[in-house]
Design a protein around this ligand. Structure first.
Ligand code: SAM
Length: 218
């Protein structure tokens, strides 16, 4: 992973770029509604790994009826933004060494994070998930289809690594990134992705395909 990439800089020092990117994602809530239609998390204890600016704390966390929604991220600046936006139950920590007791959550949810875990790291994170999950637990993740992020695994490698670790694709949603303006779209995507940023249209929109994947334990 390149530590000076735009994504890494947004975690370390410029969290507002990731927040604005996240706000542009799934503008009609299609991905969220697809997940909610496929899951029943009522009264479950959910851990979100890589919650970023806490953008799902007002949607999935509430609408799912989960008993507990813990928001974990490694980035203090992003957790700071999440707190400012009113997100509670925030936890600073690394997915490679989760600061939680065994058997303490029922479901793990993670959006656009697992593709950062290359090779042995992916296995290590899954071991950690398995340790903290209760028997019969599940991991649900969102990943991009057809957009390669510079410092994440490229599309092919990413999907085959996740498949090898037991993730099964459950659904595929066509949506778009919808920024407030062309200027915002260009500023945010160029900061995060540099010259490989996808080109927005004149209204600041970019097609986006999202996969929903699940891994079940036991
Ligand atoms: C692409 S962002 C997605 C953020 C959020 N899920 C969203 O959809 O807006 C990746 C997030 O994963 C977090 N992250 C990356 N590596 C991590 C690790 N090893 N442990 C915990 N969080 C991590 C980053 O700080 C960042 O918030």
């Amino acid at each position: 992973m390149k530590n000076n990439s735009g994504w890494q800089r947004s975690y370390a020092e410029a969290p507002e770029y990731l927040r604005d990117f996240s706000k542009a994602e799934d503008p009609d809530g299609r991905v969220v509604q697809e997940l909610l239609a496929m899951t029943d998390w009522k009264r479950k204890r959910v851990l979100e790994i890589g919650c970023g600016s806490g953008r799902f704390s007002g949607s999935i966390a509430k609408e799912s009826g989960a008993m507990q929604w813990l928001n974990l991220d490694r980035s203090r600046p992003l957790l700071g933004l999440a707190q400012l936006a009113g997100t509670s139950h925030l936890l600073q920590g690394d997915a490679l060494s989760l600061p939680l007791a065994g058997n303490s959550v029922d479901v793990i949810f993670s959006a656009w994070v697992f593709s950062y875990f290359w090779g042995d790291q992916l296995s290590k994170v899954i071991q950690e998930c398995s340790r903290v999950l209760s028997p019969g637990g599940e991991i649900w993740i969102f990943e991009n289809e057809a957009i390669d992020i510079p410092d994440a695994m490229p599309e092919d490698g990413r999907m085959s690594a996740l498949k090898e670790e037991g993730f099964i694709k459950q659904s595929h949603v066509l949506t778009e990134l919808r920024f407030l303006s062309l200027g915002q779209a260009e500023a945010v995507t160029e900061f995060l992705m540099g010259s490989s940023a996808p080109k927005p249209d004149s209204r600041g929109r970019i097609p986006h395909q999202v996969q929903l994947l699940k891994k079940s334990f036991g």
